[in-house]
Ligand binder design. Structure first.
Ligand SMILES: Nc1ncnc2c1ncn2[C@@H]1O[C@H](COP(=O)(O)OP(=O)(O)OP(=O)(O)O)[C@@H](O)[C@H]1O
Ligand SMILES: [Mg+2]
Length: 305
């Protein structure tokens, strides 16, 4: 009995010592709930202890519990299942730093994907290709990423990743629509050779956007991408790439509203910097002066578990 109570007393001691009321109220509950779920007292609780309990901070001081890994990574399961089912046009959208681009580049592809990052200045030439000097006053047509992706894998077609698609406008947007049309309808003519090019049968496109709301994506584009997945949490393998003590804080930090969110990139930078500069300086540099203490306090509680 006393053995089980000792960690709770330790947590409470730290709570009063550190006096970081708001964040700590949340993290102490987190620590206690995780402790509870990790302390098997019967056959049933031993079963449930195998599924790690994740405590998600809500707006304000409340906490909500999600009980299974499956539920936790539903958006990622959706993405994999949709690709496995042969859907070749997917839009990933949602908060920054959750791994949308990484997944678009690496999941469901057997070779390196072609990548386009949209800006307001993106030109048609950067999508389909452009004339380039070839020496001795000659010019040759250099095909762009969209056509290269059409032709990849010896003509079977590869993956085109279009990042920040909501930023493309005007001619570039029209060209993107043409390039992402169905394999049956899309075609393009090489201005140098006159060759008509069509996307290979395995050509796929994953677009990404930071838009929080699907309504903000141009309608014509949404129509080309009937499957849109809101990615609201880091991929489990992205969390695993962090040191073990940072995984829970990184998951918790990536949830919640935009004012409190801490992206995976910050945790990666902190993980790297702390080995060189020490935790306090690393936390100040990465999370800022006002947040550094809170993050360090949350990590200190984690260590006591
Ligand atoms: N599955 C993963 N395994 C390992 N590292 C990952 C994984 N997913 C993402 N990362 C790393 O996390 C960081 C953020 O990922 P990424 O750039 O894909 O996020 P994003 O959702 O596209 O962000 P943004 O919306 O700002 O473009 C990157 O440094 C990336 O390398
Ligand atoms: Mg991205």
């Amino acid at each position: 009995m006393l053995r089980h109570l000792a960690p709770l007393i330790k947590h409470l001691f730290v709570f009063f010592r550190l006096k970081k009321a708001k964040l700590l109220k949340m993290t102490i509950w987190q620590a206690l709930l995780v402790h509870q779920s990790a302390t098997p007292t019967s056959a049933t609780s031993r079963e449930s202890a195998r599924v790690p309990t994740v405590v998600i901070p809500l707006k304000g001081d409340g906490v909500a519990e999600i009980e299974s890994n499956d539920q936790r990574s539903e958006c990622w399961r959706d993405f994999t299942d949709v690709l496995d089912a042969g859907i070749a046009r997917v839009l990933l959208y949602g908060p920054p730093g959750t791994g949308k681009t990484f997944a678009a580049l690496h999941f469901g592809v057997s070779q390196v994907a072609e990548r386009l990052v949209c800006t307001e200045d993106l030109t048609t030439g950067e999508i389909t290709g452009t004339w380039m000097p070839a020496g001795e006053g000659r010019w040759e047509w250099r095909e762009g990423p969209a056509i290269r992706a059409w032709r990849d894998q010896a003509g079977l077609g590869g993956r085109l990743v279009v990042d920040e698609v909501d930023r493309a406008s005007g001619d570039a947007l029209s060209t993107l629509l043409a390039m992402t049309d169905s394999v049956e309808s899309a075609r393009w003519r090489n201005p140098q050779s006159g060759e008509w090019v069509r996307p290979g049968p395995h050509f796929s496109v994953v677009m990404t956007s930071n838009m929080e709301d699907l309504e903000d994506i141009p309608l014509a584009l949404r129509d080309r991408f009937p499957v849109a997945i809101r990615v609201d949490q880091p991929h489990p393998s992205a969390l695993e790439s962090l040191s073990a003590d940072l995984r829970s804080p990184a998951l918790a930090g990536s949830l919640g509203d935009s004012t409190r969110r801490v992206s995976l990139r910050s945790f990666h930078a902190f993980d790297q910097l702390r080995h060189h500069l020490g935790v306090e300086r690393a936390a100040r540099l990465v999370f800022g002066v006002s947040r550094a203490t809170d993050v360090l306090d949350a990590l200190a509680i984690g260590e006591l578990r």
